[in-house]
Each structure stands twice: as structure tokens, then as C-alpha cells.
Design a protein around this ligand. Structure first.
Ligand code: ADP
Ligand code: ZN
Ligand code: ZN
Length: 686
């Protein structure tokens, strides 16, 4: 890492290569010397550069952009002196923590399934897909695998072994961090576990990054951005809840951190094996030197398919710790319920019964706010957003109409802005409304201690303030709250002990969505939600998962009833094979934003016309440009063009060749008003 002059400034640069002569087209006179290296920092190693190179190429971005985005922002801002001070402080801290005597690592006695999984993992020669039910003790497997890596001695002069553990959401990092700290800090020191995610301050991020880069941190926990951490001693990568869409970046380089994890482990393994080969002269099929574990109760169809083909090794942990069963599924046919009821009477009765026994209930719906639309009965006015092709959501607490796409917020009008009618009414329901209604419906129910029922809500609105999520989780754990209403945020990962009833009250939209991944996501969400119930084996037998639906005969529910993910996956994969969809086909999207829809589409269609004659053009289907489902956001019109093929290699070659064409098409007269465009390789939603 170096500082280089750029105009009148000095900026951070990474030395990628040292050619003897200046690159073609550049004369000696046009080049400038490097201003200085970042003193005290070891260089980024070749494996890291290989990862970045691959990511840039695969996701069709420039190398410099990806490399710089992979480094902590503050590294760009500190001058030599500030950096030196920073490093000195680090060293001092490290010395202080080294003084304490290491304690042995302790943990649970392992279940038979855990022991088998760990043995298989240690011997695995392929990426491992850990297919384990919620509550089967996957985290314990990660902890033990981590321990094994950290206890592996390294020869003098080699970087100490390191582990990267990724989770989909920032919300989940504090819990996981606590578990890892508790387990490993006594043995490996106070600085041995660090986090890396976008919720940290720039200074914290730099601190974690430096700790990882210098080898002081042995374990890095983080969200998708952590995949680019510099980890010279990397020997294990864990991707928890590997099916989660948040592993795919939606801006800049649209990388999949899960897919990069598999690639990274391969690069590390190859480098390490070739080093060993050079040292010992022996070539043998050894277990991976850098393992990668993808864990999930509902793996992505991509990973499931890879395991079926033998590219990944699947390890199963079907049993829950303590032997508890998953909750019994109860489908409520909404066709036979009183009209307009948010919570069907039998579900309400079941909740009352639970609360009276001192148990907790979780109610899920995927919409925050009070109601998704306000509407005027007299003239048909609806609370549309003036800047987007979407409705603004009614938030009753602060009486606002808020656009969830562009953020545009206004006070709720007292009367219809179009006709003056005073009677404007909410249509549909969000978490705020369900919380309000449940509090009302349950007001006469008593807890075992005689106190009234407490209903709480947890979603992006209630957890915005720092520390509020932790406080809300604590209230749930301590039993203060009886019913928690929330968005999918509450379905993920949390280890709630006293929840015995989980209800999903409006899941139907996903059954018929145009997005072919919607059913997969719904199935994963409901499985995950079900996993929140009955985690305490004592109650597990009696726990229930309720789903309100207008389509109880839908095949998805038949598989869900048996919690039969393999059957569901087989059926989905068969459908995808017929349709040539991933993982049986490969896709990319080109998205374009412009002042007008016509310009956005013209840019895409012209670029498609000019793709004639490019390599692999005949293997590729280019569809006509179409507007996005939400066509306009913040006054920008959005369109996209789908690229489809049966071969990943063909897609890569074609996209690479198409890049310069796309660049050139920006200046086509028809594309006037184009704001930006981007390629999304392996897009998650169409
Ligand atoms: P998963 O990640 O598969 O959903 P967890 O790892 O969170 O499951 O484990 C569920 C619960 O079981 C946790 O409270 C954990 O502490 C506990 N647990 C895990 N392994 C064991 C074990 N071998 N013995 C006893 N308890 C365990
Ligand atoms: Zn009106
Ligand atoms: Zn808007």
C-alpha cells in the first residue's frame, strides 16, 4: 500500500504489479514516482489480490474500484504520522493483553451429529454445505471448527491461523460476537475477536481491519463486506444462513459474499498446497487447507444443487439439540374466517391460551408502518409518492406518510388533498396496526402473574436508535413481553427460549410473485420463523407455527407441513430446469437509470443491438429492456435488460466484451438523460 500523487492531492494506492517498462500508451514522462509506502503495514498478499482481481472481473467492475472499496475508508485519510500513531497504540494494547495467562477453551459436550459433522469437515476436500435444522447446534459446530483452526500451530515466520465468520445481518453480529468472545478471549486474548460491518464508525472499522491484516485478530466476524478483509492466516470461512439474500451486494460491485467465500477458500487452499508441495515435494489429495462451511436450514438452491452434483459436500444435522421437534404447522384458511379480521379467531384463541400459561408468541408480517396506503373513498385519491411509482406508507405514531423508497415524508393531510373529503382511510395493514389491534384484542387476558398482556413491536422503525434492538431483545428474553409483532427481522437467528407460538399473518403475496425466487424466500423465512418456536425442548412438543393464507392448497405448504426442504428444493429445481433458470442457467441484468423511461430503455436496447458479433453472442439471449416493477424512484426512471445463457463461461466472456460497447452507448442521442447504468451478474431478483 502506497501513497501516490494525483493532481494536487496524495491518495492511497495499491501496487498491483511492477512492470519493468511503463504500460503501453504511457511514456516515462507521463508517470510519476510513488510518494511513499504506508510504513509499518505489511503488504497485501497475493491471495488477497487474487480475490479482488477475480471479483472485479467476474462482477464486471474496474480493479481499482473493487480494491479500494475493499480497504477501510479511513486508511485513505490518515497521513503517515497519524497511521504510525495508530499502529503504536495497537502494539501497546496487544502487549497489555498478552500478559494474561491463557485459559483453556471450554464448550458444550457435543451431540453425535455435531461430532460427525466436525469429523467430516476436518477431512473435507470440497466446500461444505452444513444442512442443519434450526436449533441443531450449527453455531457450536462453527465454534469447534474455529477452535481447531486456532489451536493449529504455525511454523515460525508464518502468519497465525485465522477464521472468518460471516452473518447476513448487522443485528446478528452482537449476539454472535458475544458467543465467540466468551469462548475464545480467555484463551487467545482480548483482541482476538473483532467485528467488521457497516454499522461501525470509520475508526472502529480501521481498527478491526488492521487487527486482521497484522494477524493480531484471529477471528473476524462480519457481514458481507468482511469477505474482503485482509487475513494472511485464513484457514476457515463460515457463511452462516448462506441462503440469505443480503450476502449479495446491491450497489457498486454487485458481488455475492457467499460465492466469493467459496472462491477465496479455493485460492487459499491452492496457494497453501503449492507452498507445501514446494517444501516437501509431496503431492497428495489432502483436506482443504482453507475450509469453507456454508450453513443453513434452507440452503440456497444454488448450493443445494452444487451438493447434489458433488461439487460441495453436504453434511446433515436434522435433529434439534435436546430432541425437541419443530413446531406443528397450522394453516388457517382465510376464506373461512370473518371478513376483515387481521388475526383469525382460532389463532387469537391459541395465543390467549399460551399467554395465560406464561409462554410467548411471535407474530410476523412483512410490512412496517400502520397501513401501506391511505385512500379517499369519495374520489379515489391514494397516498402515492410524487417522486416514485409507489404508495407512501401511513405511520400512525407520528402521523406521517412516508415513502419507503425515497424517504419523502409529510404529515398526514387532515382531509383528502383532491376533494376535501375528511374521511380518508388506511387500506391494508402494517406492523403498527397489528400491534395496536393485538393490544386491544388481548386486553382482558391475564398473564399467570395476574399482570396485563404486553405487546411489543420490533422492526426497522423501532430499532433505529442505537441500543434499542438490544433493549428490545432483552425485554423479550426476560419475559417482560408476551407478544412480539415484527417483520422478518425477528425471524432470523435469535435464540428465544420461551416462544411456543409463531404466526405468519400475510405471507400470500410471495406465493404468486413474478420473481421466481419468491417461493424459495418464503419457504426459508417460514422455516426460519418456525425455528424460533420451541427452542426450549421442554416446550417444543407443544409449540405451533400458524400461517394465515387464502391458498392453503398451495404445494409450498404441503412441503412446509413436513418441514421437508429436500422435497421443496427438488420441486423448485425441476421447475428451474425446465425454465432454464439458475442454477440450471446463468443470468445477468443490465440496469439503467435515466430522466425518462424512454432514455433508459433506449440505452439498453441500443447496447443490445450493438452486441451483434461479440464473442458467444449466439449462446446468449438478450431480452428487450423493460421497466422495473417500481419503475420510478426519487424521480429517476429505471429499466433493465435480462441476459440469459446456459453457460457461465459464455456469460463471462460475452459481458467482458460487451463492457466497452455499453460505455460507448452512453453517448447515443436516444440515451440522453441517462443517469447511470450497472451490470448485475447472478442477480437475485429480476
Ligand atoms: P442453530 O445455529 O443450528 O440454530 P444453535 O447453535 O444456536 O443452533 O444451538 C441451539 C441451542 O443449543 C443454543 O442455545 C446452544 O447453546 C445449544 N447447544 C448447541 N450445541 C449443544 C450441545 N452439544 N449441548 C447442549 N446444548 C447445545
Ligand atoms: Zn378525495
Ligand atoms: Zn418516494
Amino acid at each position: 500500500m502506497v501513497r501516490v500523487p494525483l493532481g494536487s492531492r496524495e491518495v492511497l494506492g495499491v501496487v498491483w504489479d511492477c512492470p519493468a517498462t511503463p504500460p503501453e500508451g504511457l511514456s516515462e514522462a507521463q508517470t510519476k514516482p510513488v510518494a511513499g509506502v504506508l510504513e509499518g503495514l505489511p503488504p497485501l498478499n497475493e491471495r488477497w489480490r487474487q480475490l479482488v482481481r477475480f471479483a472485479a472481473q467476474y462482477y464486471q467492475r474496474s480493479l481499482g474500484e473493487v480494491a479500494l472499496a475493499a480497504l477501510p475508508p479511513q486508511l485513505r485519510e490518515l497521513d503517515a504520522e497519524q497511521l504510525a500513531r495508530r499502529l503504536k497504540r495497537r502494539d501497546k494494547k496487544a502487549q497489555a493483553t498478552e500478559a494474561t495467562t491463557p485459559q483453556p477453551v471450554t464448550g458444550h459436550d457435543l451431540s453425535v451429529e455435531q461430532v460427525q459433522a466436525l469429523q467430516a469437515l476436518a477431512a473435507a476436500t470440497e466446500p461444505v454445505l452444513l444442512y442443519g435444522a434450526t436449533g441443531s447446534g450449527k453455531t457450536e459446530v462453527y465454534l469447534r471448527a474455529t477452535q481447531a483452526v486456532l489451536e493449529t500451530p504455525t511454523p515460525d515466520g508464518e502468519a497465525p491461523t485465522q477464521v472468518l465468520v460471516m452473518v447476513p445481518e448487522i443485528n446478528l453480529t452482537p449476539q454472535l460476537e458475544a458467543r465467540f468472545r466468551e469462548r475464545f478471549e480467555p484463551a487467545f486474548g482480548a483482541g482476538s475477536v473483532v467485528s467488521l460491518h457497516s454499522g461501525m464508525t470509520p475508526a472502529q472499522r480501521l481498527g478491526s481491519w488492521l487487527a486482521a491484516h497484522t494477524g493480531a485478530a484471529r477471528i473476524v466476524l462480519g457481514t458481507r463486506m468482511a469477505i474482503f478483509a485482509s487475513l494472511p492466516g485464513l484457514r476457515l470461512i463460515v457463511v452462516d444462513e448462506e441462503h440469505d439474500p443480503s450476502y449479495k451486494s446491491q450497489e457498486g460491485a454487485r458481488y455475492s459474499a457467499r460465492d466469493l467465500a467459496v472462491y477465496r477458500a479455493k485460492v487459499e487452499t491452492e496457494a497453501l498446497t503449492s507452498e507445501a508441495l514446494a517444501a516437501t515435494g509431496q503431492a497428495a489429495r489432502q483436506p482443504c487447507r482453507c475450509q469453507v462451511v456454508l450453513g443453513s436450514a434452507t440452503p440456497s438452491l444454488e448450493s443445494w444443487h452444487a451438493a447434489e452434483q458433488g461439487r460441495y459436500q453436504r453434511l446433515d444435522m436434522p435433529g434439534r439439540i435436546g430432541g425437541g421437534a419443530l413446531p406443528r404447522l397450522r394453516l388457517v384458511d382465510m376464506n373461512h374466517q370473518p371478513k376483515g379480521a387481521a388475526i383469525a379467531p382460532p389463532l387469537l384463541a391459541a395465543m390467549e391460551e399460551r399467554i395465560a400459561r406464561g409462554e410467548q408468541c411471535l407474530v410476523l408480517l412483512n410490512r412496517r408502518g400502520y397501513a401501506p396506503v391511505l385512500s379517499c373513498d369519495a374520489c379515489g385519491w391514494k397516498s402515492g409518492c410524487p417522486h416514485c411509482s409507489a404508495f407512501r406508507v401511513f405511520h400512525k405514531l407520528d402521523r406521517t406518510l412516508r415513502c419507503h423508497h425515497c424517504g419523502f415524508t409529510q404529515r398526514v393531510p387532515r382531509a383528502c388533498p383532491d376533494c376535501g373529503n375528511l374521511d380518508i382511510a388506511p387500506v391494508g395493514r402494517g406492523t403498527e396496526q397489528v400491534e395496536e389491534q393485538l393490544a386491544q384484542l388481548l386486553q382482558d387476558v391475564k398473564r399467570p402473574d395476574g399482570a396485563p398482556v404486553r405487546v411489543a413491536r420490533m422492526d426497522a422503525d423501532t430499532t433505529k436508535a442505537k441500543g434499542s434492538l438490544e433493549a428490545q431483545l432483552a425485554a423479550l428474553h426476560s419475559g417482560e413481553v408476551d407478544v412480539l409483532v415484527g417483520t422478518q427481522m425477528v425471524a432470523k437467528g435469535h435464540d428465544f427460549r420461551r416462544i411456543t407460538l409463531v404466526a405468519s399473518i400475510n405471507a400470500d403475496a410471495a406465493l404468486f410473485a413474478s420473481d421466481h425466487r419468491a417461493p424459495e424466500r418464503l419457504f426459508a423465512l417460514l422455516m426460519q420463523a418456525a425455528g424460533r418456536a420451541g427452542r426450549d425442548a421442554q416446550h417444543a412438543g407443544a409449540s405451533e407455527m400458524w400461517v394465515q393464507t387464502w391458498h392453503p392448497e398451495h404445494p409450498l405448504f404441503a412441503a412446509l407441513k413436513r418441514y421437508d426442504y429436500p422435497a421443496f428444493a427438488a420441486e423448485q429445481l425441476a421447475e428451474r430446469e425446465i425454465a432454464g433458470m439458475p442454477p440450471h442457467g446463468f443470468q445477468a441484468l443490465v440496469r439503467a437509470d435515466a430522466r425518462t423511461q424512454a432514455a433508459a430503455q433506449a440505452f439498453l436496447n441500443i447496447a443490445a443491438e450493438q452486441a451483434e458479433g461479440l464473442p458467444h453472442r449466439d449462446d446468449i439471449t438478450l431480452y428487450p429492456a423493460v421497466p422495473l416493477t417500481i419503475q420510478r424512484v426519487a424521480n429517476v426512471e429505471r429499466a433493465q435488460l435480462l441476459v440469459e445463457t446456459h453457460s457461465r463461461a459464455a456469460l463471462q466472456r460475452f459481458l467482458g466484451a460487451w463492457q466497452p460497447v455499453l460505455h460507448a452507448c452512453r453517448s447515443a442521442p436516444e440515451a440522453r438523460g441517462l443517469v447511470r447504468w450497472a451490470v448485475d451478474v447472478d442477480p437475485l431478483s429480476l
